[in-house]
Design a protein around this ligand. Structure first.
Ligand code: SF4
Length: 57
C-alpha cells in the first residue's frame, strides 16, 4: 500500500535560515534531531535541531 503521508515540521526558530516565519514551519523535507551534550534534565531541552543554520540576512 502506498503511503502518501507527508511529514510537516512546525518550528518557531526564527533565526534559522530554513524557517518560514509567517507559517511557523521548517522548509526542509527532513531534519536531524540531536541530543544536547551533558544535558540530563529529562525535559525537551535535551534535544536540539541539528539542521539549524543561522540566517545571516
Ligand atoms: S532546520 Fe531546524 S531550526 Fe531550522 S527551521 Fe528547520 S526545524 Fe527549525
Amino acid at each position: 500500500m502506498e503511503n502518501n503521508y507527508q511529514q510537516k515540521i512546525n518550528c518557531t526558530v526564527h533565526t534559522c535560515k530554513y524557517n518560514d516565519t509567517q507559517c511557523q514551519k521548517c522548509n526542509l523535507q527532513q531534519i536531524i534531531v540531536e541530543p544536547m551534550q551533558d544535558c540530563n534534565t529529562k525535559q525537551a531541552d535535551e534535544s536540539m535541531c541539528g539542521s539549524y543554520e543561522y540566517n545571516e540576512d
